[in-house]
Write a protein of this length. Structure first.
Length: 278
């Protein structure tokens, strides 16, 4: 149980986010995606729509591990895990602190579903990859909220990722903002920079099916996406960018209400659909 962690304090229920992060360039370009992230960040704080988080727990599509890990360093480094982009993107830093004590405590309380086992803590290898900092920097530019990343074990069945997400629910009552960062459709092989307003039909279909499950609060069905066969493999030749959605969905309860934004498909095959529940 994650009630009353020693290094967290009770709070009003925090929202849960799933953010379609898309290209790393969204972190620095003045476009509609980045402006929406900026506007969302302005809704957090004293007297605003949502409380100020005391901690951000981010599940990024870009940290794939064997077993599940948490970042446990004091000062996680900013990772530029991409290539071929302008120097201005590599110059970006997000100097948020980590939360080592929280990470250690969570590692003893969170349990990987099958076979059951506790999580590991990474003290030096990882940090904050672009799935995390590219969305958090526009939202919280002061970098004054500690951030912990939770990795994903790609070898495990989708339902296990959802089940681990369910264990995160109670953190929402302890000041933790849970952020899944990926994309509901993510096929770089078919990406076409000239198709900003012309999504592929299969991308629209997969995005719509997923959106309907979310709107119907049929969250467990999200973990069954592989049953869609060729449609699923078109939308995700590898499904690392879909898995963060399962953690966000797992952390929801029946009372949460949905707000969707950035609900477009970029370059034909990258769904930027983003959601906040509270």
């Amino acid at each position: 149980m994650l009630k009353n962690l020693q290094n967290l304090t009770p709070s009003p229920k925090m929202p849960v986010l799933f953010l379609g992060h898309g290209s790393p360039m969204n972190a620095i370009e003045d476009n509609s995606y980045r402006r929406q992230w900026q506007a969302l960040g302005q809704e957090f704080g004293d007297g605003k729509k949502y409380p100020q988080p005391s901690l951000i727990l981010c599940i990024s599509a870009h940290w794939i591990t064997r077993g599940w890990w948490l970042t446990g360093m004091d000062k996680p480094k900013t990772i530029h895990d991409f290539g071929g982009f302008p120097q201005a993107l590599f110059d970006q830093q997000y100097p948020a602190l980590g939360a080592p004590k929280v990470a250690q405590e969570l590692s003893r309380l969170l349990v990987s579903p099958i076979p059951k086992g506790f999580l590991e803590v990474d003290l030096e290898q990882w940090g904050l990859d672009h799935g995390t900092w590219s969305v958090l920097k526009p939202m919280f530019p002061a970098a004054n909220i500690p951030v912990v990343q939770l990795s994903m074990d790609y070898s495990r069945a989708p339902i296990e990722h959802f089940q681990l997400g369910q264990q995160l629910q109670q953190l929402r009552h302890q000041g933790v903002l849970i952020v899944g960062s990926g994309n509901i459709v993510h096929n770089l092989r078919t990406l076409d920079r000239n198709r900003h307003d012309k999504p592929y039909d299969w991308a629209l279909e997969f995005d719509a099916i997923t959106a309907k499950h979310v709107a119907d609060k049929n969250y467990a069905a999200l973990s069954e996406f592989l049953k869609l066969g060729s449609l699923a493999t078109q939308a995700h030749p590898t499904h690392d960018h879909y898995l963060p959605l399962l953690y966000s969905a797992g952390a929801l309860d029946s009372k949460d209400e949905l707000r969707t934004f950035n609900d477009s498909i970029d370059m034909g095959s990258i769904s930027m659909r983003s959601m906040i529940w509270n």
